[in-house]
Every structure is written in structure tokens, then in C-alpha cells.
Design a protein around this ligand. Structure first.
Ligand code: NAD
Length: 489
């Protein structure tokens, strides 16, 4: 049982300003596993005030090398706690331990290391020659960042925001969701042990009200949000009203396009991860599988066999592939989609029920629908559970058209033995992230969506730019000499 009485505000554990608590339940056992203070608007105020002091003071003016030293200590302290962080994430979220370790937590440290290096290499000031003389271009931290993350990987998703923000010299107030506050609190412990300077990082868990207070706060300069498109639109409206920029990393309904020449066994094997990672609660999961009509039945048989072979159960068992869904409500919601698929005439190939061998926990069997039409609800809406729709296409043009016929544009993949051809085809797909014969993303390449999947970027230099503002300074005659040694364009 993880019981905590304090909140991490401004770099210190402090008494919360309300006596509300968040109870955390294991999705696998339905038992109470933790109790932490729920942040209140007053706690957010304290965090933002402290963040403002840091960004207007020493932290905002620190050198990239000074920030690199802080981030290196933070990374070290996170590494020391990695087993505990993985355990907390598996306990509170129900994601299988093998995937949390491999896909979730390890690469997060790579993200911090990447941004530490990138910030050190950043040209913070450069001189440009123009028709009116010379200008100095300066990159400065954008200021106080409000970072809101969902439950399907709360702490790694927080790292994706605070690593570039802190490397850029910003201070960050993170709001984890009420479902999974335990692993973000361990992240805060690592920051405290690393001596992250006062005000630079706060972690204030809470629900929609606390999140909205953070987003609306006049002391917040930039909002970085990961979550649903419904909440993303509300946040965009609030930030639009305040004329503050946002990064919005939202949902998806991604398609895997299986081409005529794709190898059946390796494609189906690979798609297990694309479609069912994180119990199907993945923003970029391939939940629509587009297959040539000529290969539909053969593919459905192989994919159904793969799905029904995935081990469902205790997320701490290293051989488990599918753990429980986050909550009873989410399990019921997913079952509602399964019901709608049957009702709208799709063929239920496998799954669709609660596993008979598990008496407790919010589990749903890995589910496959075939003969799905792209107009059905299961093909259009983000289900966020282990439910996959197989859709037949007649030719590649139709495959691309079906893939693009979605309100979302986050991920996707193409499976073929002709990589050059798959790569050429990927240019026609309107999504931000694609993979050829694979799945995933990495710290060096921008991560973000088109259409309802979001605005702005995480990862890559594009992710660092989100946390930098520009200043343009015309250099009068007297200032030429001082800037003579700066890079010139
Ligand atoms: P959600 O939008 O309900 O909640 C996300 C976060 O926003 C939570 O911390 C929540 O407490 C907070 N929140 C809710 N209402 C708010 C409001 N009015 N103002 C401010 N904050 C508010 O999403 P969820 O159900 O927790 O997460 C699942 C969603 O996240 C899915 O749509 C998934 O695709 C998306 N997601 C996207 C990415 C990505 O990188 N694109 C990654 C992971 C998850």
C-alpha cells in the first residue's frame, strides 16, 4: 500500500492545501493499493508561483551546461528507482510488466539524455545580416509550462514533456491523472533526490477541475497536453482565449495497411504489438487492419489465431501480453463497442468476453472483428481496449482512402516485402507517425498527429522548439563589436 501525505510542489514535499485524497485501485485485483493527496486549485497556484520565480530567476537564466548537470543527476536518480517505478506503473495501470519495462520506462531516460545533449548543442544566439543591418536572434525559454498527462503511461508521458522543457530552461507543473498518481510521485522523488532547483518541477495529481485551473492560469505560458481529443478541444479553446500556445497529443484510430506481397506470419506476429500493446490502451495502436480482399479470409484466420493465443492475466507475469483495462468504467465502455460491432453486422472472430479464468479485475479478451465496414462505430471511434477491426480493400488506392477516411491522423503502418514501395505509399497516408513493417517511435524523430490527433510535436528538435521563444534584436552601430564572434547567417 503506497500512502503519501504530501504533494511535490516547487521542488519540495509539502502539506497539501485540501484534505481530499485520491484512492488508487489495482485494475487487476480491484484492491486499494494507494492513497495520495488530491491537488486543489490552491496547490496549483502555489506550484505556478514557485515555477514563475524559477523561470524569471536563476533557472531561466542558467546555461545549457548547468541544466545538463541537473538533468544528468535526475536521470541517475530515476535509474536507481526504475524497478519501483515499473512496479508502480504496472500496479496502478495494469499494463504488462514486459511492455512497461521495454516500451514505457527504459526509453524515457533516453529522451532525457537526448534533450540534454540537444540543448547543449543549441545555438542560443546568432547574428543575421539583413538589408537594414544586423539582427541578433535569441532563443529563450518559453516560461512556465503546464503539463497534463493521461493514465496510459503517466510518468513516461510526463518525461516526454518535462525533458525538453527543462532542457530549454522552462519550469514545469505536471498534473498526473487521478487513476495513476503513484509512478509520477516516484518521478518527483527522483527529482527531489537529484536536487532539481526550487520551483523547476511540481507534480500535482488531480482530476478535470485541477487540470482546467492549470490550463486557465494566468501564470502559465504554455500548455502541453496528452489525452483525448474531447478534452484537447476544451484546452485549445481555453488557451485560444488566453492567446497561449499549446501542444496537443491526442487520440487515434490508426490503420495498418497489409499489402498483397506481405509475408503472412511475420506481419501477423508484428501486428500483435501494434494492435494490442498496453492492453489496447495505446494512442497510436493500429486498431484497423486493412487487408487485400483476395487475402482477407487467410489473414483473418491467422490474425484470429494470434489474438486468441495472447496470454491474458496478471500484469506482473512476464509472459502476460494483455492485462486489465484501467477501470470498471473503461471495461464497460469497451464492451459497449463490442456489442455495437456485433449489432452493426461485423463478424466476431475471437474474444469479446471477460476471460472465464479471471474472477477479479477489469479484463476483456483480445477481440477481433472481420468483415468490418469503415463506417461502423468500431472502425471510426477510439475504443481504447483490445479490439481490432479487419477491413478488406480492393486495391492500394482504396486502402489509402480507407486509411485516410478517419477523423484522426496519428499513427499507422505498412506491411510489405517491398520496402521502397511501402515507403512511397506512406507519403499518401495522412498521419503524423508511420512505420514500415514495425511499430514505435524514437526520441530523435517528431511525434505528433494530424487532424483530430493533435497539434505540435514531442520528440526531436521540433519537440525542443515547442519550449523556446524567439527574440529578435536589431543591433545598432555600437553593439556590432560585442557580437562579432557570434554565428552569422
Ligand atoms: P482524458 O482526456 O480524459 O484525460 C487526460 C488528462 O486530462 C487527465 O490528466 C485528466 O485528468 C485531464 N483532464 C480531464 N478533463 C480536463 C479538463 N477539462 N481540463 C484539463 N485537464 C483535464 O484522457 P484519458 O482517458 O486519461 O487518456 C486517454 C486518451 O489519451 C486517449 O484518447 C489516448 O489516445 C490519448 N493519448 C494520446 C497520446 C499521444 O501522444 N497522442 C498518448 C497517450 C494517450
Amino acid at each position: 500500500m503506497d500512502r503519501r501525505a504530501e504533494l511535490f510542489i516547487g521542488g519540495r514535499w509539502v502539506k497539501p492545501q485540501s484534505d481530499q485524497v485520491i484512492e488508487v485501485f489495482s485494475p487487476a485485483t480491484e484492491e486499494l493499493i494507494g492513497e495520495v493527496p488530491e491537488g486543489s486549485p490552491a496547490d496549483i497556484d502555489a506550484a505556478v508561483t514557485s515555477a514563475r520565480v524559477a523561470v524569471d530567476g536563476d533557472w531561466g537564466r542558467s546555461s545549457a551546461a548547468e541544466r545538463a548537470a541537473v538533468l544528468a543527476r535526475f536521470t541517475e536518480e530515476l535509474s536507481k528507482r526504475m524497478d519501483d517505478i515499473v512496479t508502480a506503473q504496472v500496479s496502478e495501470q495494469g499494463a504488462p510488466v514486459s511492455q512497461v519495462a521495454a516500451v514505457g520506462s527504459g526509453p524515457s531516460l533516453d529522451v532525457i539524455r537526448y534533450y540534454t545533449k540537444l540543448a547543449a548543442e543549441l545555438i542560443a544566439e546568432e547574428v543575421r545580416e539583413g538589408s537594414g543591418g544586423r539582427s541578433l536572434i535569441r532563443r529563450v525559454p518559453v516560461g512556465v509550462v503546464g503539463a497534463i498527462v493521461p493514465w496510459n503511461g503517466a510518468w513516461p508521458l510526463a518525461i516526454f514533456k518535462l525533458a525538453p522543457a527543462m532542457a530549454a530552461g522552462c519550469s514545469v507543473v505536471v498534473k498526473p491523472p487521478p487513476e495513476t498518481p503513484l509512478s509520477p510521485n516516484l518521478m518527483a522523488e527522483a527529482a527531489a533526490a537529484a536536487g532539481v532547483p526550487e520551483g523547476v518541477l511540481s507534480v500535482v495529481p488531480g482530476g478535470a477541475e485541477v487540470g482546467e485551473h492549470l490550463v486557465s492560469h494566468t501564470g502559465v505560458d504554455k500548455v502541453s497536453f496528452t489525452g483525448s481529443d474531447a478534452v484537447g478541444k476544451k484546452i485549445a479553446a481555453i488557451c485560444g482565449g488566453r492567446l497561449r500556445s499549446t501542444v496537443l497529443e491526442l487520440g487515434g484510430k490508426s490503420a495498418a495497411i497489409v499489402l498483397e506481397d506481405a509475408d503472412l506470419a511475420s506481419t501477423v506476429g508484428g501486428l500483435a504489438l501494434n494492435s494490442y500493446v498496453n492492453n489496447g490502451e495505446g494512442c497510436m495502436s493500429d486498431t484497423r487492419i486493412l487487408v487485400p480482399r483476395s487475402r482477407h479470409d487467410e489473414f483473418v484466420e491467422a490474425f484470429g489465431a494470434m489474438a486468441s493465443s495472447l496470454k491474458v492475466g496478471d500484469p506482473f507475469d512476464p509472459t502476460t501480453f494483455i492485462g486489465p483495462l484501467i477501470s470498471e468504467r473503461q471495461r464497460d465502455r469497451v464492451e459497449g463497442y463490442i456489442f455495437s460491432g456485433v449489432e452493426q453486422g461485423a463478424t466476431l472472430v475471437t474474444g469479446g468476453r471477460r476471460p472465464a479464468h479471471l474472477a477479479k479485475g477489469w479484463f476483456v479478451e483480445p477481440t477481433v472483428f472481420a468483415n468490418v465496414d469503415n463506417s461502423m462505430r468500431i472502425a471510426r471511434e477510439e475504443i481504447f481496449g483490445p479490439v481490432v477491426s479487419i477491413i478488406a480493400y480492393s486495391d492500394e488506392a482504396e486502402a489509402v482512402a480507407i486509411s485516410n477516411d478517419s477523423d484522426y491522423g496519428l499513427g499507422g503502418s505498412i506491411w510489405s516485402s517491398d520496402v521502397d514501395h511501402a515507403l512511397a505509399l506512406s507519403a499518401q497516408v495522412r498521419t503524423g507517425i508511420m512505420a514500415i513493417n514495425g511499430f514505435g517511435f524514437q526520441e530523435c524523430s517528431p511525434f505528433g498527429g494530424m487532424k483530430n490527433s493533435g497539434l505540435g510535436w514531442e520528440m526531436g528538435p521540433e519537440g525542443l522548439n515547442e519550449y523556446l521563444a524567439l527574440q529578435s534584436i536589431l543591433l545598432g552601430a555600437g553593439s556590432f563589436a560585442r557580437h562579432a564572434d557570434l554565428p552569422t547567417r
